[in-house]
Design a protein around this ligand. Structure first.
Ligand code: NAP
Length: 326
């Protein structure tokens, strides 16, 4: 089968499309013929081993995982002997953030992981970006215990995580102020934001409103800069380590000393329950994954380069199987 392979850490150019062995599903796994996948920020960080700390988990000198890709949508080709929840022919979408492997024509993935049937009416390319951004956004929202009626600011509202956060917060009944660039104001309003701040026209950290939660979904701010936006007992939540990798440390100490605290969410194991929840959110229209550009698998290096501009809107999709003739 064809897969996007890399055998060392480095820039997008370390990735090449090559022939590799087709995986066989273990007893508790499903073999998916991948139709669409994404290149996301996790793939970029793991490919380059940035931060360097990643090497402790991924292989010190060389990466143990050679095929990246966490999100996928495709058709079940075969199931392991112990699998009863899926069958050959099912159209599925899912996420495997531990083993990766979705940048390939076939992927073997646990049946009890984040795997669900694709909601009716969705194409593979629309379904593939439906998991990672929403999973991380939901982890943060749950860790901050956001409640109906709370005021929440989302900085980086156009990223995969930010755009999911705006939609999931509105679904929960929060009042959402979103921060984005001028060309994305209408898009973000369309996601449900009650108010939008253009970060090129206004410094959002000088905003007069106070918030129960500030979500930095793009990793470009800090607790220090956002503290004045928070109400007493307010929460600063980030999807990133922070400019000095300070956020995990602040998440440990701020609850002890400060009335305003940092939460650094560690996403839980994605499981069947989460898969069902995301499927329901997409089916009901509460969450619509945003798709930016699409690339064929052969052009995955270009896709990596684009994602690393930091300017993508939502997700960048990779079409693995050629589209059927219309
Ligand atoms: N915790 C985890 O496990 C995990 C996993 C994946 C990603 N992440 C982190 O989460 C962050 C978001 O990733 P993502 O894929 O959702 O989004 P992304 O692709 O990094 O976000 C792109 C959007 O961010 C906005 N942006 C770029 N630079 C900005 C700046 N200086 N100030 C304000 N906005 C800026 C741009 O929109 P506008 O032009 O509209 O501003 C752009 O469309 C990244 O920092 C990534 O490292 C964490």
């Amino acid at each position: 089968m064809k897969a996007a392979v890399r055998t060392r850490y480095g820039p997008p150019e370390v990735v090449r499309v090559a022939e590799v062995g087709k995986p066989a599903p273990a007893g508790d796994e499903v073999l998916v013929r991948v139709h669409a996948t994404t290149v996301n920020r996790t793939d970029c960080g793991v490919r380059a081993a940035k931060p360097f700390l990643y090497r402790l988990f991924l292989g010190l000198r060389r990466p143990r995982v050679t095929v990246l890709g966490t999100e996928f949508a495709g058709e079940v080709e075969a199931v392991g002997g112990g699998v009863t929840s899926f069958k050959a022919g099912d159209r599925v979408f899912g996420f495997d953030g531990t083993r990766f492997g979705a940048h390939a024509e076939y992927l073997a993935t646990p049946a009890d992981g984040l795997l669900a049937t694709i909601p009716a009416g969705l194409t593979y390319e629309q379904a593939a970006p439906g998991t990672e951004g929403a999973h991380y956004a939901l982890s943060g929202i749950r860790a901050a215990r956001v409640r109906r009626g709370q005021d929440v600011l989302v900085y980086g509202a156009t990223g995969a995580i930010g755009s999911a956060a705006v939609q999931l917060l509105k679904h929960l009944g929060a009042n959402v102020t979103a921060v984005c660039g001028p060309e994305h104001v209408e898009l973000v309003k369309g996601l449900g934001a009650d108010r939008v701040i253009d970060h090129t026209a206004e410094d959002f950290t000088r905003d007069r409103q106070r918030y129960d939660v500030v979500v930095d979904a793009v990793g470009k701010s800090s607790f220090g800069r956002c503290r004045r936006l928070l109400r007493p007992r307010g929460i600063y939540l980030s999807t990133d380590l922070g400019p000095l990798s300070q956020n995990p440390f602040l998440a440990l100490v701020t609850p002890l000393f400060r009335r305003r605290k940092v939460v650094f969410p560690i996403p839980g194991r994605p499981d069947r329950q989460l898969a069902g929840h995301l499927r329901e959110l997409i089916s009901s229209g509460a969450f619509r994954p945003l798709v930016d550009r699409r690339y064929p698998l052969d052009q995955i290096v270009e896709a990596y380069r684009y994602v690393e501009t930091g300017r993508k809107v939502g997700s960048v999709v990779i079409s693995v199987q050629p589209a059927p003739p219309s």
